[in-house]
Design a protein around this ligand. Structure first.
Ligand code: COA
Length: 302
């Protein structure tokens, strides 16, 4: 720990800070696609703030407050480098994000040890009982359905984007056109969708991101059924070469998602006991039965 109060400044994150921010997040077990922050900054400028040590130019803290719209926001990516903790840097960053998300219903995902702190000190008093579970490991791809008789798989592109956005809106209640378009456009991501051969309707989609070169994270994976989720996952993973881990987050209230991720299917191990979602005003609901994997959970609560 620095012996005396470090000289720091709080400022909006820039694209060139991304590598240092990812390192900070990784150290605090916050798993993010390599380019997710850039996508989020394109949608909501100033959604990410960082603390910089003025003496050495290093990024020593980060916090995000992402505005979903004029009523709702999500807080996340809250981490300070260990040597810089307990000097008030966290609170300074947090306050800057609060200003950015002012007068909105805010969401945050909290580990068990932080729930009381957020409830009592920061006003996150609405606490639904569902928990977000995190699984990780090398996937047993041979256990997955490779194709589906009633569905065809398409890569997400300019021609089918509008269909994917409409499907996503049915599940989340939000129009996330920019999020889906920019996420699919990230150089290290792949987007797939499933379409019903007979009706032409979308049956599910996923965006699969690479993290730290070796891990793949679906963010999100939404589908009408377990069968469709499996086919989307299998086809997307075939496109990535040289990964050695899959990391996935799902809600404990979706039994099918838990089956897919755990021992019986993919064989991943649960690595977090369950994060609690908390809100300042009201629960932001979604069609959880269709959510096999959350969006980047520091930015969206579904
Ligand atoms: C949590 C963390 C960001 C706080 O940063 P910090 O610079 O040490 O915080 P400060 O010096 O400004 O404040 C210290 C105190 O305020 C608390 N605090 C800071 N931000 C807070 C917030 N938004 N709400 C409630 N309490 C908060 C701290 O926990 C600490 O409380 P304590 O003295 O009772 O333990 C930092 O400890 C950290 O990076 N922890 C690991 C990652 C993590 O747990 N992130 C939260 C994920 S949910």
């Amino acid at each position: 720990m620095p012996l005396k109060q470090p000289n720091f400044m709080i400022r909006a994150m820039n694209f060139y800070d991304n590598d240092e921010v990812l390192d900070l997040c990784r150290y605090s077990d916050i798993l993010l696609g390599d380019q997710v922050n850039l996508t989020m900054m394109k949608i909501d400028h100033n959604c990410l703030h960082i603390a910089e040590d003025i003496d050495n130019g290093k990024v020593v803290g980060v916090c995000s407050g992402f505005n979903l719209n004029s009523r709702c926001a999500t807080f996340g990516e809250y981490a300070i480098a260990p040597r810089y903790r307990r000097f008030g840097i966290g609170c300074a960053l947090w306050n800057r994000c609060i200003e950015h998300c002012l007068n909105r219903n805010c969401a945050i995902l909290a580990s068990a040890k932080n729930v009381t702190k957020y409830r009592e000190k920061s006003g996150f008093t609405v606490i639904p009982s569902r928990k977000l579970l995190q699984f990780c490991g090398y996937p047993q791809l041979f256990m997955l359905n490779k194709y589906h008789e009633q569905a065809e798989i398409e890569w997400i592109n300019a021609y089918n984007l509008a269909d994917v956005v409409a499907y996503d809106e049915q599940i989340t209640g939000y129009n996330r056109n920019q999020f889906i378009e920019y996420s699919n456009g990230e150089s290290s991501s792949i987007g797939t969708m499933a379409r019903c051969v007979e009706s032409g309707k979308v049956l599910g989609y996923g965006i699969f991101r690479r993290v730290n070169r070796s891990t793949i994270v679906p963010q999100p994976l939404y589908a009408n059924s377990l069968d469709i989720a499996e086919v989307l996952l299998y086809n997307a993973l075939q496109k990535f070469t040289g990964f050695d881990k899959l990391s996935m987050e799902c809600w404990n209230i979706n039994d099918d998602a838990c089956v897919l991720l755990a021992q019986d299917k993919l064989g991943l191990k649960q690595v977090k006991t369950g994060s609690t979602i908390m809100f300042t005003e009201f629960d932001m609901c979604a069609n959880f039965k269709n959510i096999f994997c959350n969006s980047p959970s520091v930015f969206y609560p579904f």
